[in-house]
Design a protein around this ligand. Sequence first.
Ligand code: HEC
Ligand code: HEC
Length: 323
Amino acid sequence: MKKASIILILVTICIGLLQFIGPEEPEYQPVNDLTGIPQEVNAIIRSSCFDCHSTQTELRWYDKLTPANYIVSNHIAKGREALDFSTWDSLAPADQNTKLYYSLNKILQGEMPLFSYTAIHPNAKLSTDDIMTLKNFLITRTPRKPIDSIQIHESNQQFSDFVDGKMALSKQSVQPAPNGIDYIPDYRNWKVISISDRFDNGTMRIIYGNDIAVKAIQNHATNPWPDGAIFAKTAWKQQANADGSITAGSFVQVEFMIKDTHKYAATNDWGWARWRGTDLKPYGGKALFTAECIACHQPMKNNDYVFTKPLYLKDYQQKTNKK
Ligand code: HEC
Ligand code: HEC
């Protein structure tokens, strides 16, 4: 007993002494509301993101205690480096849209705000309403102008050529990607595993999986994905019709991720390739273009670099989260 109380006193003294050391406090500079953004959206970003993503960091007393303050300053330094809302006004509107789109994506993926932060700052958690507010606002940033009947006819023609397989069907008629990967015309017959929509540049995407990928989904063996699994992602411009509906407009690109732990060990076990436009021009000047793909897929490292969560996975995750 005695021993225990001595240890307790010693620990208390140590923690007390520790308070004399600590990291330098981060620079503090108040930040104006983001221009061009409605009040309610500003309020959400301010209360959930500013602490780490702007120079207006409001440190609470418990954030300043050693050793917690070392973790806090590390988050702030890294957070500001990744995204700094203090520089908002210096960004071009298109870049602003991209930042907002990424932000929404990070929120939807459950990565932001950091869990370790919301655990201590519960007010920073985003409600379902907050997320809807962000989404609805992002849609208004890329107004969808109705297009004329000639354009509609053209894109309908493109879509039916695509469905009929008239669009650059054979491997022979399409050049391989700069890293040597061949075009895979068969993907149009694969199963659709997800559909997504990018607000900031007005495209809709369809994601297909080959048989091996689909089987892995059925067997719940998707992390890591098995060798031979392939994803194809097609992007189409969103076409706003006069009646207000949105349909697939002109074809933008198709890209692939091919899992092979031996062949593609140098590029994180995936072969990456993209073809653009209806003439399916290989994308990328040299083989190094894959660095760009990998950099953007990097946040999904713990998910074998794959963003898409097949529908059952979402369902499954919700169930396990509730437990
Ligand atoms: C506790 C600190 C903290 C909070 C709060 C926080 N973030 Fe982050 N954020 C980080 C850190 C650290 C990184 C960089 C490292 C990483 O990607 O995990 C980051 C990275 C990001 C990135 C990636 C930027 C890039 O180019 O890779 C985005 C986007 C982002 N955060 C958005 C948000 C949004 C939106 C919010 C508010 C809803 C938010 N974050 C709240 C700490 C935070
Ligand atoms: C700007 C970021 C970014 C870059 C760069 C990027 N991707 Fe992606 N990729 C995504 C996101 C986000 C998704 C999730 C689906 C969606 O929202 O469209 C995705 C999904 C995919 C998918 C479907 C499987 C999955 O992970 O969900 C494939 C295939 C794919 N990307 C291939 C590529 C290839 C090949 C390149 C490089 C030529 C590339 N990507 C570059 C962001 C990026």
